[in-house]
Each structure stands twice: as C-alpha cells, then as structure tokens.
Design a protein. Structure first.
Length: 277
C-alpha cells in the first residue's frame, strides 16, 4: 500500500503492545482504525490514544470489545467494524500472550489457552475478512507470530506450539490469497518491552532467561514501524532485530551449531542454579 489515507484497518490485540503502536502509526498516516481487544477499559484508553495520533479529525477510530478466541464474538465485532468503517483494507492480527514454563510443569490448560488465543485468534480474524477481500480482489492480512514461532526456545513449549502454527498458517494463506490479489505479511519479533513481557520475566525458568539474555527486548514502537514498512512493501516475512535475524539464518543453515549454542546456555544456567541451591 502506497498510501494509508482513508484505508480501513482492523487491529486485533489493539489495546497494547505492537497492536496499539501499529494502530497509532496507521492513524497518523490517514487510516480509519477499528481496535478489538477483550479489556474494555484498556480498549477505550487505546482508542483515545489512537484518536489523538490520527492525521485528521475526519478519520474514524472505533473500538469493539471481543475475545479473539471466541469465533462468534470476534466475527460479530469485525462485522460491526465493517458496517461502520467499510470493507477492510488491512487486518493486523496482533492479539497474543505468553506464559513461559517447563513443559512438564505447565498446567495442561495453558496449552489450550495459548492455542485458542495465539493461533485460533489469528485464524478467526483472517477467516472473517478473507472472503470479502477475495471478492474485491484487494486487501492485506498481516499477523504477528514471534521468533518463538520460527525457533524453538527452552521454556516456551505452549507459546511456540501456537506461534509455529501461526507461521505455518501464514505460509499457506499467502499461497491461497495471492491469486486473488490479497497480500499476507508475517511479523516475527523478538521479545518486546511490554507489560506482558514484564510478567513473563517473573515466570520464566533460569534456562529461558539465559537464552533471552542473548538478545535485547525491543520497544513495540520500533517493531510496529518495521511491521508497517513490511506491509507497505508487500513483504511476507518481517524479522526485527539483527541478533534475531542472525539466529534465524544460523538455525536454517547450521542447525547443529544453533542447538549447540542454546544447549550451552541451558547447561550454564542449570549449573549456576545448582550452585545457588
């Protein structure tokens, strides 16, 4: 997309993090924006922030509370958004969360919750807008996975299971949408400086902390700018952060080297934890 003026954008997970930052950027460039999230108070605060960022008071900024894991709720919210704004030009599916922990120590319910929000939430949103985009022969579906959706990291079994699913779904969707003139972009960011990440730090095992310490968390505003740039250039895969790009390349070209580096970090963290017991 060369210009965002009067384009209609729906952002799920739009009340915080990269979703909110993406919405603010697009509003500042002239887009009409509909935000979708569960928490009504945070959603209204986000709507006010995006309205403040918009280029003109003629732009529509609306908010619709819904749980992305609930198909009925989400499809109804998207229907209302399109009734208000018009047909969707861009869907940015940004809703997600992470509860780190060792596989055998996580409650089994956590796996269902991660799949419901992080994977089905993306699928639900895409399914709601894709038929209309295909009919019109235009539009773009952008979704947020994670480096944890490309590279398996100790302590992220539930999160990576869902995010690898998003990455695979995006590849299939790209192939199916391309003949209809609909673009697909997959954002795989590293850790970001969000309230959710602060909670993750409190829960992650020391082995996970050691691996995460190899790369700095990025501000969501920086990641959102890269996300928008990738959409504008019709890129499929958007990676954020030099260290994460290198990890992705190494894992693909030299998997044994990649596993060796991660295994060394895990081993060192376990030895350190043992010394402090």
């Amino acid at each position: 997309m060369r210009s965002w003026t009067d384009k209609r954008v729906i952002v799920t997970g739009g009340s915080s993090g990269v979703g909110l930052s993406t919405a603010e950027i697009l509003a500042s460039r002239g887009a009409h924006v509909a935000l979708i999230a569960r928490d009504r108070d945070r959603l209204e605060a986000a709507r006010e922030a995006v309205a403040h960022a918009r280029a003109s008071t003629d732009q529509i900024v609306a908010a619709y509370p819904a749980d992305v894991a609930d198909w009925t709720q989400l499809s109804e919210a998207i229907w209302k958004a399109e009734e208000h704004l018009g047909p969707t030009d861009l869907l940015a599916a940004c809703a997600g969360f992470c509860t780190p922990g060792r596989f055998t120590e996580l409650d089994i319910e956590e796996f269902g919750a991660h799949l419901d929000v992080n994977l089905l939430g993306v699928i639900h949103a895409a399914r709601a807008v894709a038929p209309g985009m295909m009919t019109r022969g235009s539009g773009h579906i952008a979704m947020v996975s994670s480096m944890g959706g490309l590279v398996g990291v100790y302590g992220y079994s539930a999160y990576s299971a869902a995010k690898f699913g998003v990455s695979g779904f995006a590849e299939v969707l790209r192939s199916e949408m391309k003949p209809h003139g609909v673009g697909v972009t997959l954002l795989c960011p590293p850790n970001m400086e969000t309230p959710g990440y602060a909670r993750e730090l409190e829960l992650e095992p020391p082995e996970t902390a050691a691996i995460n310490g190899m790369a700095s968390a990025l501000p969501p505003e920086i990641v959102a700018r890269q996300f928008v740039r990738g959409i504008e250039r019709d890129r499929f895969l958007v990676l954020s952060g030099l260290s994460n790009k290198l990890l992705y390349r190494i894992e693909g070209l030299w998997p044994e080297l990649f596993f060796g580096v991660f295994d060394a970090q895990v081993s060192a963290a376990r030895k350190k934890a043992t010394r402090h017991e």
